[in-house]
Write a protein that binds this ligand. Structure first.
Ligand SMILES: Nc1ncnc2c1ncn2[C@@H]1O[C@H](COP(=O)(O)OP(=O)(O)OP(=O)(O)O)[C@@H](O)[C@H]1O
Length: 299
């Protein structure tokens, strides 16, 4: 059996004359979570909508469980859970009616999803009275209903408070561990770093980077920070491979930040240079956030 549950090959999508997605490829295996990351307007939602079968690509192809999602929406409905970017619920239905309706439409029996999503106490409330975060929890509960083997989650924790977000992460992790293939878009770097096995980073409708966090951050600078007496600035500067910046702090102190491709060598150089022990010394490796910041800065 093919292990790849979600696939896009050279996907191209247009809005009129505007090419929003220009040849994107990705693949997600069963039991894997791929984070589709990128700046605003990069094309993430367009890709997710196309994988859902809501729009047809003008080129390339999308496949869910080996099927074309635009042609086989009904066959796939029970096997694909979706949190869309903008779900449209009938505001007059209650939370449990909405959950039951959507769950049955997808061919499943309503189960414990509302309780798992922390919405049991809101089940009799009309959807229009739910807060933004509560609606998002309902979206996720509906997507997870029936344990579908494919999950397409477009910013599933947008607007959730801390506790609800961590509950959502636990649910998503459990589904991945049970073998679901998960495609997740998020702007929350912490969420991506917590959940993702691999990343596809899109920018301007094309893949800018793909791989594990270590692979896509390789070659980016580390950050060394330390607090030293401000008077050390008057010394001859340390010999560093990276770049140092100073920020004055109260009480005659200063924060020294070094961005460097060689954190080991530069930490040793700082230690050799400073006549006093380096206070609050920390070395931070590059993160997916650095990749996104670079892309945002380049547009
Ligand atoms: N219905 C539409 N008509 C015309 N252009 C659109 C439409 N929907 C999206 N676009 C454009 O297509 C590009 C990709 O949009 P998309 O929503 O896929 O990006 P995104 O990566 O999901 O962005 P965000 O992170 O802001 O949600 C953007 O330039 C957007 O303005």
């Amino acid at each position: 059996m093919d292990d790849i549950a979600i696939a896009a090959h050279d996907l191209r999508c247009r809005y009129g004359d505007f090419e929003a997605v220009g040849g994107v490829g990705l693949a997600v295996r069963r039991g894997e979570l791929l984070c589709l990351a990128g700046t605003n307007g990069a094309g993430k939602t367009t890709i997710v909508d196309t994988l859902c079968g809501h729009r047809r690509p003008v080129g390339g192809r999308a496949r869910l469980l080996g099927l074309d999602p635009a042609r086989h929406r009904h066959r796939l409905a029970a096997r694909v859970g979706v949190v869309p970017q903008d779900p449209g619920f009938a505001g007059g239905l209650t939370t449990e009616e909405t959950y039951a309706l959507w769950t049955r439409l997808r061919g499943h029996r309503p189960h414990r999803g509302l309780a798992e999503a922390g919405l049991a106490h809101r089940r009799r409330v009309p959807v229009r009275q739910l807060s933004g975060g509560e609606r998002r929890r309902l979206d996720l509960a509906i997507a997870l209903a029936g344990h579908p083997p494919v999950l397409l989650l477009d910013e599933p924790t947008a607007g959730l408070d801390l506790e609800a977000r961590e509950r959502a992460w636990t649910l998503i992790r459990e589904r991945r561990a049970a073998g679901a293939a998960v495609l997740l878009t998020t702007h929350a770097v912490e969420e991506a770093e917590t959940l993702a096995d691999r990343y596809v980073v899109v920018h301007g409708g094309a893949v800018a980077a793909a791989g594990t966090a270590a692979e896509i951050t390789a070659g980016l600078a580390h950050r060394i920070t330390t607090v030293v007496p401000a008077r050390l600035r008057r010394l001859e500067p340390p010999r560093l491979r990276g770049q140092a910046t100073w920020r004055e702090l109260p009480g005659g102190q200063a924060e020294l930040v070094v961005t460097t491709p060689e954190p080991g060598a530069d930490t040793a150089a700082l230690r050799g240079w400073s006549p006093v022990p380096l206070d609050r010394l920390a070395v931070t490796p590059p993160s997916i956030g650095d990749v996104l910041r670079r892309l945002a800065g380049s547009s």
